[in-house]
Design a protein around this ligand. Structure first.
Ligand SMILES: Nc1ncnc2c1ncn2[C@@H]1O[C@H](COP(=O)(O)OP(=O)(O)OP(=O)(O)O)[C@@H](O)[C@H]1O
Length: 285
């Protein structure tokens, strides 16, 4: 793609420029890996992926809470649910129904506070239908979530990756112009061991690590107020230090959060962790 010499855009701003001479082209020349161009009716200034080494550590909850926090600060925000075989984002926001296909592309759903959401569950006839597809098909769907969805103008798009280091995380890291990655872990030794793999993958792929969040670090007894380390001693800070990744903080187990997620009201949850994180520590632009 040739550079448009008339363009006054700042190429560091990622795929946010409509001139087509943006970061994607710059990165192509650096890495040799072709970044996909976002849907032509969309501009997305920052793309941040949320990853975990293993399943069930609360990656989708963290992605969703990050989106809610940024939205509260007044940003235009979207969530791409790239966890195609285990999508949970629409349920957490209480978003239902089918996304509409138009001549401009697929329209994402919108949550009650105005967060744009795209998930395979918004395209399937029934949300409980399983997705039994092989890796290349899953990767193709995620690419289409970038090229075919009309995100319009977003300040931040959070990509909720499936757990692990498989096909889809690889596709997202290679094909989307990521500004950075947040890794979610929990205090269990197994989760800590596997987070190393996620961090190493991101480093190998040259994706900036914005930080590590430890979920389910502790819980407060509702009767005596004492704090319990549910899964043993927290290792979040040590792991972050070992890999020179900023430690963004810990999130306790909170039954109220679980209830809100189960009933599609995650936007009603206000967490100090996310209020403090945003957007100072996650400055992607
Ligand atoms: N800090 C927390 N307090 C209470 N419940 C939580 C917390 N974090 C996550 N949960 C609950 O745990 C469940 C799993 O969380 P979530 O879907 O975010 O995990 P995940 O890592 O994305 O899972 P998967 O690997 O399946 O994608 C959800 O029901 C969520 O509501």
């Amino acid at each position: 793609m040739e550079n448009d010499t008339n363009c006054s855009c700042d190429s560091d701003k990622g795929s946010g420029c409509s001139c087509g001479t943006d970061k994607q082209v710059v990165e192509n020349s650096k890495t040799g890996i072709e970044k996909l161009t976002v849907n032509e009716f969309s501009t997305v200034k920052n793309v941040i992926a949320v990853m975990s080494g293993k399943g069930g550590v609360g990656k989708s909850s963290v992605s969703s809470l990050l989106a809610c926090g940024f939205r509260r600060k007044g940003f235009e925000v979207g969530i791409m649910d790239a966890d195609i075989t285990g999508p949970s984002v629409p349920r957490m926001f209480g978003v239902k129904g089918k996304s509409e296909g138009t001549q401009f592309g697929i329209l994402p759903a919108e949550t009650k506070t105005g967060i744009k959401v795209m998930s395979i569950n918004l395209l399937l006839p029934k949300e409980e239908d399983p997705v039994i597809w092989r890796g290349p098909i899953l990767s193709g769907v995620v690419k289409q979530f970038w090229t075919d969805v009309v995100w319009t103008d977003l300040d931040y798009l959070f990509v909720d990756l499936p757990p692990g280091t498989g096909d889809v995380p690889l596709t997202v890291m290679q094909s989307l112009p990521l500004n950075g990655l947040i890794v979610v872990t929990s205090p269990q030794e197994l989760a800590v061991m596997i987070v190393n793999k996620a961090v190493k993958m991101a480093k190998q792929m040259n994706i900036p690590l914005l930080g590590l969040i430890e979920n389910m670090s502790s819980t407060i007894c509702p009767k005596c107020g004492e704090e319990y380390q549910l899964f043993g001693r927290s290792h979040g800070k040590e792991v972050a230090e070992e890999f020179s990744v900023p430690f963004l903080g810990s999130m306790p187990v909170d039954p109220y959060l679980a209830t809100l997620c189960d009933t599609g009201r995650i936007e009603d949850y206000e967490s100090n962790l996310f209020a403090n994180l945003i957007p100072e520590k996650i400055a992607a632009d």
